[in-house]
Design a binder for this molecule. Structure first.
Ligand SMILES: *[C@@H]1O[C@H](CO)[C@@H](O)[C@H](O)[C@H]1NC(C)=O
Ligand SMILES: *[C@@H]1O[C@H](CO)[C@@H](O)[C@H](O)[C@H]1NC(C)=O
Ligand SMILES: *[C@@H]1O[C@H](CO)[C@@H](O)[C@H](O)[C@H]1NC(C)=O
Length: 502
């Protein structure tokens, strides 16, 4: 319990973009009284990157660089175009509960083939139960935050304690799956390149890199290629996950490489269909008494403007998508200005001082000599969240990633959309609405299906609705970071979902 105030894990990249866009030049002149900027508007803050950096510091993260682009290759033995993997031996306190003898933990680098010089860093934790368990990949959002935030604060095999030791996580997702975490897009975490050309700007580049990585991974670990495969993640991964699932599905159909046994995708508090999700902000805020009815009425015009801007993004793409982001962010910014100090990842909580989160132990831990040696990262810096990677994705943000999902459902690939009920930023209401609005052969039956309790230990831990391969689950007593807030329920959810008993 005492750690909860200190370790509020994250999805800070969304936060960064929301705030940084609000202070971009277009919006530095605002007229109505309740439209104050959240942060002081000095001219130096009118640059998204500066703004993002400031916010990262407010969250008690101090990455030395804003992106991992290195002019020289400082890491030894990374010249081969294959995976270079290292067996991890980190000291962990407590009992792993592993039922298998030779528990394998690995960290590695893979030289991405369709880049100038990008290397993707990853962790691979073999299941504590059985090597035949499914392979699950977790994608952290941002865009621009490394996977370590989830690994050490949400669903990884262990957690960082206050004194920087590791303890086993009783509800780590590696208890029932062979678990992969990647630092991506290039430039985040320990993933790096020597060329700025490798910075990604859209889901095509990102999903191709991830697909190339998975091909190399299964080539390196052929015994796992037969296992079921699931794509999971959170927040901005509501973009990454559908894009990667489509890429894998297409690769399988075209017999591009090793067949990847894709069975499902799970999106936690994600941003997937912005047109529907941005409109849901005022409704969610009113329902949860974050704003009043008269506040609510004042959002009419911004909602209409946002709607129009997103439609334009859908048809024109490019800069119109960056404009749509700016237009639509006013809705969110105005809501958090009305209820100043609310933690928009969990409306039950206030931010303490300037800090909603304190991840400082993560950077301290990752930069220890012993940890760096164990990971085999050479001199590569650890960039917990990259403002430059974030900024590079500005025209991707308002894209609708729901469009590729029906084809997956029709081919029997399962979709689980889950959301902690107290998250404002990627709230359950907007998520449930896009899921309902999605056109596929099972839509009518899904919409007609009843909401039923999701019970854990005999108690209602959520409400779910399902039809065929599609499940929506609202998780009780959780904010944006479901596996952190409700670790047992989250592990139960994963287990039943992969066993098709959810
Ligand atoms: C792992 O699972 C396989 C297939 O379900 C089973 O045959 C095997 O006995 C299991 N191994 C262990 C150690 O439980
Ligand atoms: C660090 O904390 C853990 C758990 O909080 C405890 O078990 C361990 O003994 C501590 N280690 C040191 C060196 O204080
Ligand atoms: C909001 O706009 C809709 C149509 O755009 C209109 O029907 C409704 O009356 C407006 N509500 C308020 C409170 O202005």
């Amino acid at each position: 319990m005492m750690f909860s105030a200190i370790f509020r894990s994250i999805f800070l990249s969304l936060l960064i973009s929301i705030l940084l866009l609000n202070t971009s030049p277009t919006f530095s002149i605002r007229t109505t009284t309740n439209e104050q900027n959240l942060l002081p508007t000095s001219s130096t803050l009118n640059f998204p990157k500066k703004q993002a950096q400031k916010l990262i510091r407010q969250l008690n993260l101090f990455p030395e660089h804003d992106i991992n682009i290195n002019s020289v290759n400082t890491t030894p033995s990374l010249t081969a175009s294959t995976i270079i993997e290292k067996r991890l031996k980190l000291p962990v306190l407590g009992d792993s509960g592993a039922t298998i003898q030779d528990l394998g933990h690995h960290a590695g680098y893979y030289l991405l083939p369709h880049t100038k010089a990008a290397r993707m860093f990853y962790f691979f934790f073999e299941s504590r139960k059985n090597k035949t368990d499914p392979v699950v990949i977790w994608l952290t959002g941002g865009p621009g935050c490394g996977s370590e935030l989830a690994l050490f604060y949400e669903n990884g095999p262990f957690k960082i304690t206050n004194n920087l030791s590791l303890v086993w996580n009783d509800f780590g997702w590696d208890k029932i799956s062979n678990l992969l975490y990647v630092d991506q897009p290039t430039g985040t975490g320990f993933s790096y390149s020597s060329s700025k050309d490798d910075i990604r700007h859209d889901e095509i580049g990102i999903s191709n890199d991830l697909y190339d990585f998975l091909q190399a991974f299964f080539k390196q670990h052929p015994q796992y290629a037969k296992n079921d495969f699931y794509i999971t993640g959170e927040s901005y991964a509501g973009h990454y996950i559908p894009a990667l699932a489509s890429r894998v599905h297409q690769g399988n159909k075209n017999k591009e490489g090793i067949l990847i046994n894709l069975k499902g995708l799970a999106i936690g508090n994600g941003l997937t269909n912005p047109e529907i999700q941005y409109k849901a902000y005022p409704d969610y805020a009113l329902d949860n008494k974050v704003i009043s009815q008269s506040d609510y009425n004042s959002f009419n015009q911004s909602v209409a403007n946002c709607d129009q801007a997103i439609k334009l993004c859908g048809t024109n793409g490019g800069n119109s998508c960056a404009s749509a982001l700016q237009v639509c962010e006013t809705i969110f910014n105005d809501i958090v200005t009305i209820d100043f100090g609310v933690n928009y990842y969990d409306i039950r909580k206030e931010c303490e001082g300037e800090l909603c989160y304190d991840f400082s132990n993560l950077e301290t831990f990752m930069n220890q000599e012993s940890v760096r040696d164990a990971l085999g990262v050479g001199n590569i810096e650890f960039v917990s969240c990259s403002s430059a990677v974030h900024e590079a994705m500005i025209t991707d943000y308002m894209r609708n990633l729901e469009v590729g999902i029906p084809a997956l459902l029709e081919d029997g690939i399962k979709l689980l959309v889950y959301a902690g009920e107290y998250d404002l930023i990627c709230n359950w209401l907007g998520n449930s609405r896009w899921v309902e609005a999605m056109k596929w052969s099972g839509q009518k039956n899904y919409v007609a299906a009843p909401s039923v309790p999701f019970t854990v230990d005999g108690l209602e831990a959520g409400l779910q609705r399902k039809y065929g391969p599609l499940i929506f689950l609202k998780v009780h007593n959780a904010g944006h970071l479901v596996p952190m807030d409700q670790p047992k329920a989250a592990l139960e959810m994963l287990q039943r979902w992969i066993q098709s008993t959810l």
